[in-house]
Design a protein around this ligand. Structure first.
Ligand SMILES: [Zn+2]
Length: 220
């Protein structure tokens, strides 16, 4: 190509660039309030849930942005669970990054169903003494994170082939089910602020308590 031809092509290209309209700035995305941003996030993650009217009032057992979850993107749930939107988001991450990862590694298959024993529940924290008296809450006890929609009690997991892994029967032992539950509990501490296992006390003999409350405790 001659120098003159190259010059001509460049000139034409520049003229073309100059004659095209200036690029328009893309309209900024609408700013969502934190609540709707969280709900949008759950939809984007393909969780099955229904937004609920705000629960509780004046700080007691209040959830500002509650949702009723029936399934996350990975597993169906044995029953719906009501919790804050941010808790639902955390459970979803836990399912994807902890539960499914451990199931694939240890069993070579997916967990199909999450078995939980409770989510939102307006009560104070249980203690050993209240169990002895068959009481649901300790008198004057602090409000449980369940009362704020920030907690879930996980009783077990059901694999795709129908195998049931139960915290109550499989936590202890040397088998793969125990290995799975221990791995899940250990990794849960990276996602939740409080993780209580059967090692914590006999109140937790049959479930993992996971919450995103203000305290930090990884009881392995
Ligand atoms: Zn609990």
């Amino acid at each position: 190509m001659s120098v003159r031809l190259v010059f001509a092509v460049l000139t034409l290209a520049l003229l073309g660039a100059c004659s095209s309209p200036p690029p328009r700035l893309a309209a900024p995305p609408p700013i969502l309030d934190p609540d709707s941003a969280c709900l949008k996030d759950l939809r984007d993650r393909r969780m099955a849930f229904e937004p609920q009217a705000a629960l509780g009032n004046s700080g007691t057992c209040a959830i500002a942005n509650p949702v009723k979850v029936t399934a996350d993107s990975q597993t169906s749930w044995n029953r719906p669970g009501v919790m804050s939107c941010s808790m639902a988001r955390t459970v979803e991450r836990f399912e994807t990054q902890v539960v499914q990862a451990a199931a694939q590694r240890i069993f070579g298959q997916k967990v199909a169903k999450l078995h939980h024993m409770g989510t939102y529940n307006c009560r104070t924290r249980r203690t050993e003494t209240t169990v002895a008296s068959a009481d649901m809450g300790s008198r004057g006890g602090r409000l449980s994170e369940h009362g704020k929609g920030q907690a879930i009690d996980v009783g077990g997991f059901e694999l795709a082939d129908g195998t049931m892994i139960s915290v109550k029967t499989d936590w202890k032992g040397a088998g793969k089910k125990s290995e799975f539950l221990q791995a899940v509990a250990r990794a849960s501490c990276e996602h939740f602020n409080v993780v209580l296992t059967p090692n914590h006390n006999k109140l937790h003999a049959d479930h993992l308590h996971l919450d995103i409350g203000p305290h930090k405790l990884c009881s392995m």
